[in-house]
Design a protein around this ligand. Structure first.
Ligand code: ZN
Ligand code: ZN
Ligand code: ZN
Ligand code: ZN
Length: 392
């Protein structure tokens, strides 16, 4: 087949996703190849423009250079937290009540000896999945550590306190932690931790062992954990690399959901937001105004995850398997390198399956249909639960 040579020079070629326009079709094709547009991208609820992050949608709707038509509709009918648009003012009013959260009331957290906690923990983990799921969805556990300082200048991070909460925001583990090397800075202003908390605290190795037990949830096969997760929990948190590092453990990346790394939650320059900012902006309340509380931070991460996961994206893919194959994986994690060299199974671009002339012959909508996401959308976690239920 010969390429359609007669591309009319007068008409512009407009990207169906982000609406950028190109004089030359070739340039649109090149743009599509590196944009990874997909149904999973955050979108303006008014004009349906695709954006890289939720913050770009927010700027498009409310920023100094907002698109005026969209801004007018949003001001009248939009939710400032989740950025949804509603049909009328009443519907928005109803929605807003459920969309904004109150700060969680922080329970009295005692550091219990691990042996005493085990039964309670088991009960809480078992309890943590949503009640009507027949135990099929991966259990969610959110983690947060408070760091104290070690080393000559107190600049070396050590875990001083850790808290794990389940999906119902119940504490499933909490401990003050005694590190292996001496604490030289309690960072009291930030952590609220004093020497008294640490004197009888649990040694880090015991804490780390217990955290692993909770997360593995009886799953013994690391192969299963790295593929479909098996019985292991989905670990949720903000900047989990740091938490896992001070806990001296690692956890499979396919089982972590990190609010500091997830593409839609990043700044427009693709750097992380603070948990404080995300909580204020997407959940509607303040955290960390005094000392940090690991329960409060873990709950924030859990709520953010659930909020973002629940956003529905219309997809044609039928099963999670298809989707896994079709995602054009780049790795959003460490150093934001687009292709993590650790990933030995690099995916080819879906556009590589076509000849250039074939791509040039496609309409902008057809090009968008070929394009795949560069990150794994959290909406698939909700679909996976559904799929597992259907399979049973
Ligand atoms: Zn585009
Ligand atoms: Zn999605
Ligand atoms: Zn718009
Ligand atoms: Zn909302």
């Amino acid at each position: 087949m010969e390429p359609q040579a007669e591309i009319p020079k007068s008409s512009r070629h407009k990207c169906s996703a982000c609406f950028k326009q190109y004089k030359i079709k070739d340039h649109l094709v090149e743009h599509m190849k590196k944009s990874y547009h997909s149904v999973h991208q955050p979108k303006c609820g008014v004009c349906k423009k695709h954006c890289k992050t939720l913050e770009s949608v927010r700027e498009h709707l409310t920023g100094p250079l907002a698109k005026s038509d969209c801004a007018v509709v949003f001001a009248a009918l939009g939710c400032k937290l989740c950025l949804s648009i509603f049909d009328n003012v009443d519907a928005r009013g109803l929605h807003e009540v459920s969309c904004s959260f109150d700060p969680p009331s922080v329970p009295e957290l005692m550091s219990l000896p691990i042996a005493d906690m085990c039964d309670e923990v088991e009960a809480a983990v078992l309890n943590s999945a949503v009640p009507d799921d027949n135990g099929t969805c991966p259990k969610l556990v959110a983690l947060d550590c408070e760091m104290v300082g070690g080393g000559d200048y107190g600049s070396f991070n050590l875990c001083g306190r850790v808290c794990l909460v389940n999906e119902k925001e119940e504490v499933i583990f909490h401990a003050y932690v005694k590190p292996i090397i001496p604490i030289t800075d309690y960072r009291y202003e930030l952590t609220g931790i004093t020497e008294d908390h640490i004197v009888d605290a649990t040694p880090i190795c015991e804490v780390s062992k217990r955290v692993k037990e909770i997360l593995y949830n009886g799953e013994e096969s690391t192969w299963r954990m790295r593929t479909d997760g098996g019985e292991a929990c989905l670990l949720i948190g903000h900047d989990l690399d740091h938490d896992l590092e001070v806990l001296r453990m690692d956890y499979p990346e396919n089982l972590t959901r990190d609010t500091a790394k997830y593409r839609p939650l990043l700044k427009t320059n693709l750097k992380s937001h603070s948990l404080k900012y995300l909580t204020k902006t997407y959940l509607g309340y303040e955290i960390q105004s005094g000392t940090h509380n690991p329960y409060e931070d873990a709950v924030s991460a859990m709520r953010l995850y659930k909020r973002i996961r629940s956003i529905v994206h219309q997809t044609n893919e039928i099963s999670i398997q298809d989707n896994d194959d079709s995602i054009y994986y780049t790795n959003d994690s460490k150093k934001n390198s687009p292709f993590d060299s650790n990933k030995n199974n690099k995916k080819k671009s879906p556009f590589d399956l076509y000849k250039k002339c074939e791509l040039l012959a496609k309409s902008p909508d057809e090009l968008l249909e070929i394009s795949k996401s560069s990150y794994k959308c959290w909406c698939w976690d909700a679909k996976r639960t559904l799929n597992r239920m259907i399979e049973e």
